[in-house]
Design a protein around this ligand. Structure first.
Ligand SMILES: Nc1ncnc2c1ncn2[C@@H]1O[C@H](COP(=O)(O)OP(=O)(O)OP(=O)(O)O)[C@@H](O)[C@H]1O
Ligand SMILES: [Mg+2]
Length: 364
């Protein structure tokens, strides 16, 4: 992959995926209302929360500005939320910008020079910042100083500019892409993990309360189990299940209602959607579980290679349903059982439904 190409960073087109990781318009509107406002309200991520709590408490006790914080983790796990919490906990204002928005060092200089003392600067997608801006940031982070270049060519001069102490909060979905000198300048790095089902259940409950939706324990658990470890997806599924409950029932979300609704939206018990299942089904039924090449698999499901590789596969791999091997894509035993099929070597046939009919179902 060519990392200089802007499009290489973008999430590939995946349509309006209900289990997609990036925030769509509706998400953005609702998310602001659903964001926890302080560390106490922030669910899960025990380690990051505890460590961050210490960092912030210590800074407050010293009456100092908190150290720079880097938050890394998959989309929708709460990086933006946590950055706002950091500002709130420090009682500081927050300025929000992103790597792609800073193309020239001058853009960054303008932002940095207008910061007030103790302000939190949130730099989302920090791995997408331009090189010159990045170098300016090194100096700003370390010495609270930037050199502003005035003029062009041989007559250009660098004017040093003192900055007030500030806290940089950087967020990235790809910590591996950050140059080491940048990574090293953060005093604290928090790695956000995927959430456990019990934590997501609490997220669903909390959001339901804020959205004024009635839901019971098992209903929340049903949604949580299909949310792929991601609060953003949990909140989105909750809204769709709420719609279903309003139209098809009395508005109350029970396990039965949640399961019915998510069947309508084609999100299965493990959070796989139609695309995921199509990939897995092709791998099992057409190629006997693999190994099969990515291109062949993509043609079989009528999708682009990139879509299969970047949209469907990461979750399938994470769930232990599919493995990428040097010889091609291979299904794991868990994939066979998830789709209720029997692998050929055990079943004697190519595939059989639920193991009950191992012969002839798919014509040998
Ligand atoms: N720990 C949490 N407790 C409750 N809700 C959460 C938590 N983490 C995230 N959320 C919810 O999930 C939504 C998405 O979180 P957020 O926008 O912070 O994710 P992100 O990591 O910044 O994603 P991206 O990488 O796409 O920018 C928010 O609306 C927030 O309400
Ligand atoms: Mg974010």
């Amino acid at each position: 992959m060519n990392w200089d190409d802007e499009s290489a960073y973008a999430t590939p087109p995946a349509g309006d995926r209900l289990v997609g990781t990036t925030a769509d318009g509706e998400d953005q509107a609702v998310e602001a209302a659903l964001r926890p406002k302080d560390l106490g309200e922030f669910i899960g991520q025990e380690r990051v929360r505890e460590q961050l709590d210490l960092v912030l408490k210590a800074a407050r006790a010293r009456g100092a500005t908190a150290d720079h914080v880097l938050l890394s983790g998959a989309p929708g796990l709460g990086k933006t939320t946590l950055s706002m919490i950091i500002a709130a906990e420090m009682g500081a204002p927050i300025r929000i910008t992103s790597g792609p928005a800073i193309q020239h060092a001058g853009d960054l200089a303008a932002i940095l020079s207008s910061l007030t003392e103790g302000e939190v600067l949130f730099l989302d997608e920090i791995h997408r910042m331009s090189r010159p801006a990045e170098e300016m940031l090194y100096m700003a982070m370390e010495d609270f100083r930037v050199d502003v270049i005035v003029g062009k060519g041989p007559g250009a001069t660098a004017i040093p500019l003192e900055l007030p102490p500030f806290t940089l909060v950087g967020a990235t979905t790809r910590a591996g892409l950050l140059p080491p000198p940048l990574r090293d300048r953060f005093g604290f790095t928090g790695h956000m993990e995927f959430y456990a089902p019990a934590e997501l259940q609490r997220v669903v409950h909390r959001s339901a309360r804020l959205l004024d939706v009635e839901i019971d324990e098992k209903g929340a658990a049903e949604i949580a189990g299909r949310s792929r470890g991601t609060p953003r997806i949990a909140n989105r599924l909750l809204r769709r299940v709420r719609d279903y409950a309003q139209v098809k029932a009395d508005g109350v979300i029970t396990q039965e209602i949640a399961a019915q609704a998510l069947q309508v939206y084609e999100v299965d018990g493990r959070g796989l959607d139609r695309l995921d299942r199509a990939v897995l089904t092709a791998l099992l039924k057409l190629f006997g579980g693999g190994p099969v090449g990515l291109s062949t698999l993509a043609v079989a499901v009528g999708e682009e290679r990139e879509t299969v590789e970047e949209v469907a596969e990461p979750f399938l791999v994470r769930e232990g349903l599919l493995a990428r091997t040097p010889r091609g894509r291979v299904a794991t035993p868990a994939a066979w059982s998830h789709l209720g099929l029997v692998p050929p070597q055990q079943g004697g046939g190519r595939a059989g439904a639920g193991g009950s009919d191992q012969h002839g179902l798919f014509g040998e």
